[in-house]
Design a protein around this ligand. Structure first.
Ligand code: ZN
Ligand code: CU
Length: 484
């Protein structure tokens, strides 16, 4: 019997997500799966796309996001990702997850990156997962539980200290419950004030829930600057102590005095990778973005304001200029802007490239979808890696670039049948033009859809078409570790 498909994409250059050389083939889709890859000359389909000269890849997996709330508010909130060919996002990073904690007042920074108290209504991960089942997300969603969210709940907001054994045990149980309800791992943000008083032993005590559940440990480390090597050691120790694979978030060597040190950090990670599972994510820009912390202002690190509650008109401006206008020191101007967020130009381009090119690197945007004037990584990360870094600069092949945003990522997080193009895998796909794909978003104009991303499918449903925007509301699902 002849093969029958809902859709056949014909004669595309197939990047299959494994880093294997691209090959020309037809890709057949039925229901939510890829059913055949090859010469499907005789097969019939309800719809056919002739894709000669175009490329098809697995839908991109954004390894590092803060989209916990954005996935709940429909396709308009996720256009930033859908327009990049992203089909799956990992939420709950940096110790920040929208569950399991309710808030009566505005959450302490950086939890407020996800929104004010009105958004903090999920007392358990099960409630968040139920919401995703009832109103499916526009893109597949894979969730981590944040240490900071657990701390605020367990310690009744009094987080500027170590947790007691009883509080740590409470957090461990809450994490275990969440993992049983469909969360896939545990994230920390030990860099941030509400978390930095947590000693390593507290983290290990909570993370112990990962051991039985087989969850993953993901961390925005305590220090990404002068003490970055010690932080890598701490991270590896936590992973070993609870027998969990480790992901170092947005790996970087921060601050001018540490420029060039990625040679050391990557060497240390390489050695460790011989003994335990460790990978990292990275975004393709030499600037980070998070909440504004006045006590950390430095004259040699330019800051661009991304949002400010008392001074919304300052979004997009440089802190330096604002301080001058106000006749204030940097720190005092920053103080006056709070609560606020910023972009911090604190990395070296050579480090960014060395880290991205490493075999263990996954691409993660770390985009902040609710910022008034966001870092361009929110709209530009994936096309920037494909266009600027792979095609134009030749930092690595486009095949490797695709692998860093699909197959490698799915393997690290344990997303079964995703991140690859082969018969039987989920039909998460992106059609793009390999000759024109590029990021358009810049620090001056950050909200701009990429060029050359033509169509995105999620679970077999067409979700995004260039020039038209989102065409399906809710094609995504909750994706779990070692599940679909
Ligand atoms: Zn982070
Ligand atoms: Cu982050």
């Amino acid at each position: 019997m002849a093969l029958r498909c809902d859709l056949i994409i014909r004669d595309a250059a197939v990047f299959d997500g494994t880093a294997a050389p691209r090959f020309n083939a037809d890709v057949g889709i039925a229901g939510d799966r890829i059913v055949a890859v090859g010469d499907l000359g005789s097969a019939a389909a309800d719809e056919e796309i002739i894709a000669s000269g175009k490329a098809v890849a697995p839908g991109f997996i954004d390894a590092h996001t803060h989209d916990d709330r954005a996935v709940l508010c429909g396709p308009e909130c996720m256009l930033c990702k859908m327009s990049q060919g992203v089909s799956t996002v990992v939420v709950g990073n940096c110790g920040i997850s929208l569950s399991p904690v309710r808030m009566a007042t505005r959450p302490v920074p950086p939890l407020d990156l996800l929104g004010d108290e009105a958004w903090w209504t999920f007392g358990s991960f099960g409630e968040y997962a139920d919401r995703l089942r009832r109103d499916p997300p526009p893109v597949n969603t894979y969730a981590l539980i944040g240490h900071m969210s657990l701390r605020v709940e367990a310690m009744s907001g009094d987080t500027r200290r170590a947790a007691t054994d009883k509080e740590a045990e409470h957090m461990r149980r809450r994490l275990a419950d969440a993992l049983a309800e469909g969360a896939s791992g545990f994230s920390t943000g030990l860099y941030y004030p509400p978390n930095m008083m947590a000693p390593t032993d507290e983290v290990i005590a909570v993370a112990d829930a990962l051991r039985e559940a087989g969850g993953i440990y993901v961390t925005h480390m305590r220090d990404e600057a002068s003490d970055v090597l010690a932080s890598i050691e701490e991270t590896l120790r936590i992973g070993r102590s609870v027998n969990a694979p480790v992901v170092i978030s947005h790996h970087k060597c921060s601050m001018p005095e540490n420029f060039g040190r990625s040679a050391q950090t990557l060497a240390a990670i390489d050695v460790a990778a011989g003994n335990q599972r460790v990978d990292f994510d990275v975004y393709p820009y030499p600037a980070g973005s998070t909440v504004l912390m006045p006590e950390r202002a430095r004259s040699d690190v330019p800051v661009q304001i991304t949002w400010s509650v008392p001074h919304p008109d300052c979004a997009g401006r440089m802190l330096h200029d604002i301080a001058k206008d106000w006749g204030l020191e940097l720190r005092d101007a920053a103080e006056r802007l709070l609560p606020a967020g910023g972009i911090f130009f604190q990395m070296d381009e050579q480090d960014v490239q060395r880290i991205m090119a490493h075999r263990l690197a996954m691409i993660g945007s770390d985009g902040l979808p609710h910022d008034a004037f966001p870092h361009p990584r929110l709209w530009g990360t994936f096309p920037r890696v494909l266009g600027h870094y792979a095609r134009d600069m030749g930092l690595f092949s486009m095949e490797e670039a695709v692998h860093k945003m699909t197959g490698h990522t799915a393997e690290v997080f344990g997303m079964i049948d995703r991140g690859v193009i082969r018969a039987g895998a989920y039909a998460d796909l992106v059609l793009f033009d390999p000759t024109t794909v590029r990021d358009s978003a810049t620090f001056a104009e950050p909200v701009k859809p990429a060029e050359g991303i033509l169509k995105t499918w999620i679970n077999g449903q067409l979700t995004y078409v260039a020039g038209r925007g989102a065409v399906a509301e809710r094609a995504g699902r909750l994706v779990t570790r070692n599940g679909g």
